[in-house]
Design a protein around this ligand. Structure first.
Ligand SMILES: C[S@@+](CC[C@H](N)C(=O)[O-])C[C@H]1O[C@@H](n2cnc3c(N)ncnc32)[C@H](O)[C@@H]1O
Length: 230
């Protein structure tokens, strides 16, 4: 069942992104961290000691997503986080729908070690793609330091893939436009950054537990901005 809550400059929807996103109309930027697609087999004891991967699999976040949700008729530009296994397919979709695209990354200050015949990635990529008029913006003098941020332990918000405030702040400074939509909102990291940047935010999340976390985090960000303005 769908539920919508407005908190300051944010409207948050509890429900399915594929059903709700088209009803919200055109946004300047879709910022998303959609379900990853990766080979989740193996890694034994090493993985058992790190609950994030188990949480990802338990919540179906290893099965990928339908690229058609990134629709140039609905957004003038987009930011999309992804697992490196998704690089080529996702890159093809964006190249076919946007005029320019750049590969960016968050460099993890506390990466997990290399184990079990595979890489445990010490950085996480995202694409920034845009059409006419919505090219990247922002002051870059000290932006390099925003690329580096630690991984948040999954227990903080009981979610395995929370994006760091610092990285999301950089993204908000780089995107062009005032209306931001995150169709796979999770705990609301995009929303917190959008509110702090003074932008209008729309978020969608299907899991009630994560939706509630997002409502709480975004309420706190709205209160923080109101206190600053008072
Ligand atoms: C990779 S996580 C995003 C985490 C987010 N960046 C954060 O910092 O908290 C993807 C989220 O999308 C949600 N999700 C997956 N499929 C969805 C769907 N069809 N509609 C809405 N939300 C969905 C999952 O429940 C999960 O919380």
């Amino acid at each position: 069942m769908e539920e919508a809550i407005t908190i300051g400059q944010a409207t948050l929807y509890l429900g399915d992104a594929y059903a709700i996103r088209p009803t919200l109309g055109r946004m300047d930027v879709d910022v998303m961290d959609p379900p990853y697609r990766f080979n989740a087999v193996g890694a034994g004891k090493f993985r058992a000691a790190r609950q994030a991967t188990h949480m990802l699999i338990a919540e179906g976040m290893d099965k990928g997503f339908d690229h058609s949700i990134i629709n140039p008729l609905l957004c003038g530009s987009c930011i999309v986080f992804f697992h490196p296994d998704q690089l080529l397919d996702l890159g093809d979709h964006l190249r076919g729908n946007f005029r320019r695209m750049v590969l960016c990354q968050w460099i993890k200050e506390n990466p997990a070690p290399h184990r079990n015949k595979n890489y445990i990635f010490d950085s996480e990529p995202y694409f920034h793609a845009w059409n006419e008029g919505l090219h990247p913006v922002g002051a870059h003098e000290d932006m390099h330091r925003y690329v580096f941020a630690p991984v948040a332990p999954s227990k903080i918000y009981d979610h395995p893939t929370v994006k760091p405030d610092r990285v999301m702040a950089k993204i908000m400074a780089n995107v062009n436009g005032q209306t931001i939509c995150d169709p796979f909102m999770g705990t609301g990291s995009t929303g917190v950054a959008a509110i702090r940047a003074g932008k209008r935010f729309y978020g969608i999340e299907k899991n009630p537990k994560h939706f509630e976390t997002a409502c709480n985090r975004i309420s706190a960000a709205v209160a923080e901005m109101e206190a600053r303005a008072a």
